[in-house]
Design a protein around this ligand. Structure first.
Ligand SMILES: C[S@@+](CC[C@H](N)C(=O)[O-])C[C@H]1O[C@@H](n2cnc3c(N)ncnc32)[C@H](O)[C@@H]1O
Length: 461
């Protein structure tokens, strides 16, 4: 009989298991891992963390021996509740991405350009950040790094030029352990709450059904108590307010602002109905993570949020144990235009803010690009200054080559990638790349296809 060596090789190859080659049998990966960068981060987590640390904080393992990891427990249980009318495409996206984005309070407000929280968890592990250390995000956006750090026992400092980002981040952090009793009763009176905000904000984008207004009730009184918070020029004077009242108000306000965005994008539901569905989802999400945290006896770590400028950080030299951030990808997204409704509602002077926003300064695209490079050089020098020697700064950045190619009249292949520019800038400030990874960008409306994860180490001299 003729011996078929080729098929024997195939059978021998297929009997091998890639994950068994990479990981010992007691480690079981999170389901739905599709990307190479995820497998790489899992591999480094296994090299860097002990088994006890893997159970506590790993991002990519579901089980260590017979113990489920905290990440697995936070993500499982009931899955994220989406409004009933959500498309099947959206529902299947969340089901598939439950371990990446659909847990804790990360889903409160769909901020454009936000991190995958699971990746941030993995990166903090790979950078050797431990509970009790302090991580900085100098351009925190919706606060993904801070929420994730809080759940891992890591202290965090977040800065953003936009007061709306500070408000959003604080609300997501507070939702981890605030009392939800009053927010739950607000859901029962959602028409009154909606009317209250609508009066304050004016009718945003769409015609809405006129809701019935009840004479008076408690939740509206709660909101009256703290109403000035949203528009006050002097937020400091409100520090004395009862924390529970403020938290409730902010939670309701974020739901309202979120629903205004949905109402603008979709005509399928009235704004009032959007508000009810979104508030219901916010409560579901917050109650779920609070229940998991109580079960794990997990208290969120301290997180500090500051409105500020990443080009000039009010932090001491060598005071931070790790930095993770994602700057604007030059002028790819206009963060002010995106958030103008929310910023106007908060009484923010958008013209003044415009000058602080990296990627927006400049009269035309080539001037914007020149300012962008100058500004990013300052941000990187500040990151290097505040980081402790030997520690790591991770920058996540995509490259808008198509746009930039058009600006310079060259093909997109000839454009120098923003990630290469960041690495060159970093070299001037003692930040040396120790690892460059890349990950695909999969969103349909995104013209960028890939972003880079640059892990830089601050040299001792
Ligand atoms: C790509 S987003 C960050 C998103 C964030 N990683 C998240 O998970 O939500 C970039 C952020 O940089 C902020 N930003 C722009 N210029 C800034 C400056 N001069 N100082 C601090 N933050 C700035 C923007 O407001 C925006 O929120």
């Amino acid at each position: 009989m003729k011996f078929d060596t080729n098929s024997e090789t195939v059978v021998a190859a297929l009997s091998q298991d890639l994950t068994c080659k990479l990981f010992p049998p007691e480690l079981q990966l999170i389901p739905n891992m599709n990307d190479i960068y995820e497998l790489e981060l899992a591999f480094y987590e296994k090299l860097i963390l002990s088994n006890v640390e893997l159970i506590r904080n790993s991002a990519y393992f579901a089980q260590v021996g017979d113990k489920f990891t905290r990440h697995f427990l936070m993500c499982t249980g009931e899955s994220l509740k989406l409004p009933d009318h959500s498309s099947s495409r959206l529902k299947s996206f969340f089901e598939k991405n439950i371990f990446r984005t659909g847990y804790a309070t990360h889903g409160l407000f769909p901020y454009r350009g936000k991190f995958h929280p699971q990746m941030i968890k993995g990166l903090m592990n790979v950078m050797g950040i431990k509970p009790g250390d302090t991580i900085l995000d100098p351009m925190m956006g919706s606060g993904t790094v801070l929420v994730e750090a809080s759940l891992m026992g890591i202290r965090s400092v977040g800065i953003d030029a936009s007061p709306f980002c500070c408000f959003m981040t604080k609300t997501k952090l507070d939702a981890l352990n605030m009392s939800l009793i009053r927010a739950r009763s607000a859901l029962e009176n959602y028409e009154d709450v909606f009317t209250y905000f609508q009066k304050r904000v004016g009718k945003p984008f769409q015609a809405t059904k006129s809701p019935r207004i009840k004479k008076s009730n408690n939740i509206v009184n709660v909101m009256e108590e703290v109403a000035e918070y949203a528009t006050s020029k002097d937020r400091q004077t409100l520090m004395d307010k009862d924390q529970d009242t403020l938290n409730t108000y902010n939670f309701l306000l974020l739901s309202y602002l979120d629903s205004a965005g949905y109402a603008e994008r979709s005509a399928r539901k009235t704004h009032l109905d959007q508000f009810r569905s979104i508030l219901e989802r916010y409560l579901f999400v917050a109650e779920k993570i609070q229940k998991v945290m109580a079960g794990l006896e997990l208290e969120p770590a301290t997180a500090e949020v500051f409105e500020g400028d990443a080009r000039k950080l009010s932090l001491d030299d060598n005071s931070i144990d790790g930095i993770i951030f994602s700057p604007p990808y030059s002028f790819a997204i206009d963060y002010l235009a995106n958030d103008s409704f929310h910023l106007n509602f908060m009484g923010i002077d958008c013209d003044a803010l415009h000058e602080k926003m990296i990627g927006l300064r400049g009269r035309n695209l080539s001037e914007k690009y020149r300012y962008y490079r100058e500004d990013m050089d300052k941000v990187i020098s500040e990151c290097a200054r505040v980081l402790r020697p030997g520690c790591f700064c991770t920058i996540v950045i995509g490259t808008n080559n198509n746009q930039l190619g058009k600006v310079f009249g060259i093909s997109s292949d000839e454009v120098k990638g923003l990630h290469e520019i960041m690495i060159e800038m970093a070299a001037g400030y003692r930040l040396k790349p120790v690892k460059v990874m890349s990950r695909p960008i999969t969103g349909i409306s995104n013209t960028m296809r890939r972003e880079f994860i640059l892990i830089l180490q601050k040299r001792f001299y």
